[in-house]
Design a protein around this ligand. Structure first.
Ligand code: NAP
Ligand code: MG
Length: 495
């Protein structure tokens, strides 16, 4: 209250109208010094460990196990053992555990949200209001399918696949865990999950949720480590690999899995087009465009990283966009007022810097609103590039950071052609008042998800996934069950 002045006997009047700090307490999280591997329902010691950091200030949080190939093999063996009884449980029994997990996640949501922001760098308001409710909702949703598989796929006799190896990225650590584990268990499979190297902590805390839910030992196993652990899981005796991450690693995995008979789904990168027509409600559109690229620091595979503006409204649109960028609060992920948090790792920051330098060099015009970045930790200011040509690296490559490239178009045909001019095909956004134009566009855009007059909307009932180099297979909804089932020997996706 130091900046408040007393005005006689009236209430204090602030002298400064900027936001006061509103830090979320980290007391609710109790971290261990060291975490081991969660195999067969117990903690198994690993030979090697590495330190996991808080990206907001680079402070060490805990030591985490680096699983080697023998550890991965032990986890797969535990999952194989557990599969015998888990796959034979009636669906309603499996549902019981999934409902429990959903409930416990909801009950412990504050603890998980704080830990997610601490280890990953995303704003607490996002982990609290998006990641946690959605993670819990996925378990609730798939719990509902567990005893209805025969109705979901009538006359096709769905059977579980076996042991699923699941490899997830660092941008939505707990949510990606939920997207992977919930449908796998609902369908009667058991799981070995590898979280990303930089964000293992919520997956390790999830092991405690499994204990509370009394999930039978070995149904879910968690092996932490870097890319080598992921590679060992791909080569292990699993029946299916589900991977979310970069296109490069996805391609490598596809080569390893080819000819092995393992089923495969790949959810890879994106370079989504957000298409703004001149008849759109401009203020709402700007809000959606801001959310589309600066949500989670742009560490989002479906981020709207290419904005196509119809030429007739180019100036007002860019002006409004820059003005709105100036109101984004960048800083401590654990502050409840923060809009843009810390970049996840030094590696990711280096990649963003490299691509932004390339954008400047190739001739695009850069704008960053004035903002003071903290001295420690990994930070990048919200950035927009104008004067971008389609051939520039910033218009072609996934930056995975808070960087927007603005391009223009004149006709709907031109918008479609430019939007589809990318090796990716994960998501797209269309902003227009005309319903018929939305449908016309959605039919022509080569993207797994097309949002209309909104962006970054997720729901457990709605399938998500890509075309082309964005991968194959769908997660979420009824479609998300299919990769975890086999139908009388018939393969549906991948391997
Ligand atoms: P990544 O290397 O593809 O990582 C994804 C997961 O795969 C992580 O758990 C990773 O472990 C693991 N992995 C790494 N090498 C592997 C291998 N040879 N075999 C099996 N698993 C392996 O992606 P990243 O390092 O997190 O980020 C790099 C780029 O990927 C980003 O710049 C972004 O463009 C893209 N990305 C896309 C998404 C998406 O949702 N589509 C998410 C994250 C990143 P480590 O964590 O130890 O690397
Ligand atoms: Mg990596």
């Amino acid at each position: 209250m130091t900046d408040l002045q007393k005005r006689g006997d009236r209430s204090p009047v602030p002298t400064d109208w900027t936001y006061a700090p509103a830090p979320e307490s980290t007391d609710i999280v109790s971290l261990q010094d060291r975490y081991e591997l969660f195999i067969g329902g117990t903690w198994v010691e690993a030979k090697e460990h590495f330190t996991t950091l808080a990206p907001r200030d680079e402070s060490p949080l805990a030591e985490v196990a680096q699983a080697g190939p023998e550890d991965v093999a032990a986890a797969v063996a535990a999952a194989r053992d557990a599969y015998r009884s888990w796959s034979r449980l009636p669906g309603s029994e499996r549902a019981k555990y999934l409902f429990r997990i959903a409930r416990i996640l909801a009950e412990r949501s504050r603890e998980f949200a704080v830990l997610e922001s601490l280890n990953g760098g995303k704003p607490i308001k996002e982990s609290r209001d998006v990641d946690l409710p959605l993670a819990s909702a996925h378990f609730f949703y798939y719990a509902g399918w567990a005893d209805k598989l025969e109705y979901a796929f009538p006359n096709r006799k769905p059977k579980p696949v076996g042991v699923a190896g699941q490899i997830i990225p660092w941008n939505f650590p707990l949510l990606m865990l939920a997207w992977k584990i919930a449908p796998a268990l609902a369908a009667g499979n058991t799981v070995v999950l590898k979280p990303a190297e930089t964000t293992p902590l919520t997956a390790l805390l999830f092991a405690d949720v499994l204990r509370q839910a009394q999930l039978p030992a070995g149904v879910v196993n968690i092996v932490t480590g870097d890319g080598r652990t992921g590679a060992a899981l791909v080569d292990s005796e699993v029946d299916k690999i589900a991977f979310t991450g970069s296109t490069e690693v996805g391609k490598a995995i596809q080569r390893r899995v080819a000819g092995t008979g393992k089923k495969l789904t790949l959810e890879l990168g994106g370079k989504a087009a957000n298409i703004l027509f001149d008849d759109a409600a401009l203020d709402q559109a700007v809000e959606g465009i801001i959310n589309g690229i600066y949500f989670n620091q742009g560490h989002v595979c479906c981020a709207g990283s290419r904005l196509f503006v119809q030429e007739s409204i180019y100036e007002p649109a860019v002006e409004k966009l820059k003005k709105r960028m100036g109101t984004l609060r960048v800083g401590d992920p654990l502050d409840k007022n923060t809009d843009v948090g810390a970049i996840n790792s030094q590696m990711q920051l280096d990649r963003i810097n490299e691509l932004v330098a390339a954008g400047k060099e190739e001739g695009a015009e850069i704008y960053q609103p004035p903002c003071r970045l903290p001295e420690k930790g990994y930070w990048f200011a919200p950035t927009v590039f104008t004067n971008v040509a389609q051939s520039y690296r910033i218009a072609q490559e996934e930056i995975f950071g808070p960087v927007l490239s603005v391009l223009t178009f004149r006709t709907p045909e031109e918008a479609v052609e430019k939007a589809n001019n990318t090796p990716y095909g994960l998501s797209a956004g269309v902003w227009t008042e005309k319903g018929s134009r939305i449908l016309w566009m959605a039919q022509r855009l080569r993207a797994g998800v097309v949002w209309a007059n909104t962006f970054n909307r997720f729901d457990p009932t709605s399938p998500f996934g890509g075309y082309k180099e964005s991968g194959f297979g769908r997660e979420g909804g009824l479609h998300g069950l299919e990769p975890y089932l086999s139908f009388d020997g018939a393969e549906t996706f991948g391997g």
